[in-house]
Design a protein around this ligand. Sequence first.
Ligand code: F0G
Length: 387
Amino acid sequence: MILQPHLQIDNRADLLRIEMLMDATRSKLKQGRGVIEQYREYLPVSESTPIVSLDEGDTPLIYSSRLSKRIGRGCDVFVKNEGINPTCSFKDRGMTLAVSKAMEGKANAIICASTGNTSASAAAYAARAGISCVVILPAGKIASGKLLQAFACGAKIVAIDGNFDDALRIVREIGERDDFIVVNSINPNRIAGQKTAAFEIVDAMGDAPDFHLLPLGNAGNITAYWTGYRQYQSRQRSTKLPAMIGFQAACAAPIFHDRIINKPETIASAIRIGNPASWKQARAAIAESSGAVDIIPDEEIVAAQIWLARHEGILVEPASAAAIAGFFKCCNSQEAAYSFKEIPEGRRIVCTVTGHGLKDPDVIMQRMGKVEPVAATVNDVRRAIGL
Ligand code: F0G
């Protein structure tokens, strides 16, 4: 490998960066594909950007005959399962780009506030890049699987007596004062990476769907999808744009109520947010797409989580189930902010489920009850089965 003249080695980050570029030169295969390689022309990267990838993206878009039947009228419903990413949430799409760009900028450390998934993803990509990672979390409010991921990947974990909004306020300030790259979705590279989910959907379906349903928390994801759909349409990759419909938990619904919620509460801890960073962009996406924002009570979120697992075999975390509960609300309820009752025939709907259910096992575990063992005989087992 001949070092390019503009690559001057002046610190550890430089060495890591060069190592990565060398790796990439040795074998494209070793880097995997990942969303940056797949959609390079739409992303702010160049030949000298060291790509930090865990082969994220290319997630399943699953046709659901049962959800399609619910809506009827010849409509097709698909579930975009973002739990099938390297750290089991959609955050990896944006994190690959945010960390790659941080490496390009010779960063030594990244920092984020998180309700769990961003911290798990940041920790993993920082480990992959060989840089350090600090995560600021609301104490006692992070699902066990996510905390475990951040810890296992070597992040420095700081729990605060406060909520996500407090954590993000602190991270913004540290990002300005100290030598950290902030990898929350206020970092435009996160949004740019996440928009690739919209590209994948259009590539798989041949055009954009008519409706896109997803959970809303800090509102980065709806912003990213809308950016992606618009970009693809402007490049003639699709002929239309979907109506974007976002769902918040009933007691953590600042965008729905159009006011900051000081003490947001929900069982869906990932979207327990009272003052979303991308509030304005989410509002714009909803308005420009003639979409809607609606609220879902916790009981309906859990019911939808269990429904999706029992009827389609897809186990998602509670926040993700808000999209499915939201779909049911659009189909059934007079009070829905967007009703599918009069939907024209043959429309196509995508629901994004954002994170894997194993990240947040506690909610379902509480409902499981104890599994009592029986004697290890065929008779006892047959009796236990009910035969
Ligand atoms: N679903 C899951 C599983 C999430 O983790 C998040 C956000 C959302 C939905 C909402 O997405 O914020 O782009 O509107 N989680 C962030 C985190 C806040 O810190 O992991 P959003």
